[in-house]
Design a protein around this ligand. Structure first.
Ligand code: MN
Length: 255
């Protein structure tokens, strides 16, 4: 009999977040869990990799590493460095505090940690809990565990990660299951807030309010609106194959 499978857990909310603790705890029922996560919140850092300064690792406890880098750094460093002698069977990133739906996926550090796992050839899952003031991580942790067990047994299609979003149970009612979805679109207002600092210099704050959501049938937004867990398979090949025909017509003068 082989050793218990090794599961690598990371996130972008930082190693001290409540969501990663709930996730790591739940996944321990499936194997050995190693946590390698940013030492502070690094939300919305996308897939950035630190190349111009050294990275420091602090072992906070057995199998628990705080890294002063991005979520991508954490997964890369864990797989290629800390765990070099023993390859993880699965990477799970989360549980993020807040949604990672539609276009927001492109900014997400949570999803990017799973992207890094995928690039390293390890089946990977990103999971986020949606909430307003209060977040409940128990439902997401439970679903993550069941999904992780399935993925460890069956694997995932090549170059594909699963991006999971768990809605808030309304009035304590159980969620209406889960559904495979595609990414929807969210349009933000163009509001840039311009203010003046105490020294008289202008500063800006990005973060327009949401103005419109494409919650068409089949999208991740629709699933959440319907009170269902959304599971979106995300492919790392960003090529728009459907555009080839239109772009064949593109004729540039060539000297
Ligand atoms: Mn986050």
């Amino acid at each position: 009999m082989g050793a218990a499978p090794l599961i690598l857990v990371s996130n972008d909310d930082g190693i001290h977040s409540e969501g990663i603790a709930a996730l790591a705890e739940a996944l321990r029922s499936l194997g050995e869990v190693v946590v390698a996560a940013p030492d502070r919140e690094r939300s919305a850092v996308s897939h950035s990799l630190t190349l111009h300064r050294p990275l420091r690792v602090e072992e906070l406890g057995p199998g628990r590493y705080a890294i002063d880098g991005t979520p991508t750094d954490c997964v890369n460093l864990a797989v290629n460095g800390i765990l070099r002698a023993r390859r993880p069977t699965l990477v799970v990133s989360g549980i993020n505090k807040g949604a990672n739906l539609g276009d927001d996926v492109t900014y997400s550090g949570t999803v990017s940690a799973a992207m890094e796992g995928t690039l390293l050839g390890i089946p990977s899952i990103a999971i986020s809990a949606i909430g307003r003031d209060r977040f409940r991580f128990d439902v997401a942790a439970d679903f993550a565990t069941r999904l992780a067990a399935w993925v460890m047994e069956r694997g995932l299609p090549p170059d594909t990660l699963l991006n999971v979003n768990v809605p808030v149970p309304v009035d304590g009612k159980p969620l209406d299951g889960y559904v495979l979805t595609r990414m929807g679109r969210r349009r933000y207002g163009d509001a840039i807030i311009e203010k003046v600092d105490p020294r008289g210099k202008k500063y800006y704050w990005i973060g327009g309010d949401e103005v419109e959501v494409d919650a068409e049938e089949g999208t991740d937004f629709r699933a959440i609106r319907d009170g269902r867990i959304s599971v979106t398979p995300i492919h790392l090949d960003l090529t728009n194959y459907k555009s080839f025909d239109a772009l064949q017509a593109l004729v540039l003068p060539w000297p």
